[in-house]
Design a protein around this ligand. Sequence first.
Ligand SMILES: [Zn+2]
Length: 149
Amino acid sequence: MDYRSLESASTLSTRVALLRELRNLTLLDLAKRSRFPIQRIERIESGEETWLSVSDRQVLARALGVEPMVLKEVEFSPSDYPGVYESKLTPAAVDTDSMAEQILKGYTDINCPRCGTTLKTSIEFAYDMEGSPTKFARAYCPQCPFSLR
Ligand SMILES: [Zn+2]
């Protein structure tokens, strides 16, 4: 691997895209390896998601064949720069994984990360990429545009 070009990829989006190309992986390949939805890989590579939770980072780094630090060092977390995201907290900046986990465990009193209203939650049954039955958490806010998809 060419680590010099890696240094020039100084954002999470460019670095993930570069590593994926160096590994000769398509978006779908990476989605399958990491078990992230392909839309999430697209959000990361387009720069909408600028940081990862510890567990997501481990999974994605493993799928890309690098140490988690290689991703962490170019992440941009709102907590590193208080105030930056104050006025535009996006759903991508919310830990949607743990929210989904709570919904699947049956919690219903989950507050909207944007406005604090209690979310409307539901569990949907569907098939994953391998064709196995699986459960998906759904949630939307009755007060603002936030939704968990
Ligand atoms: Zn809301």
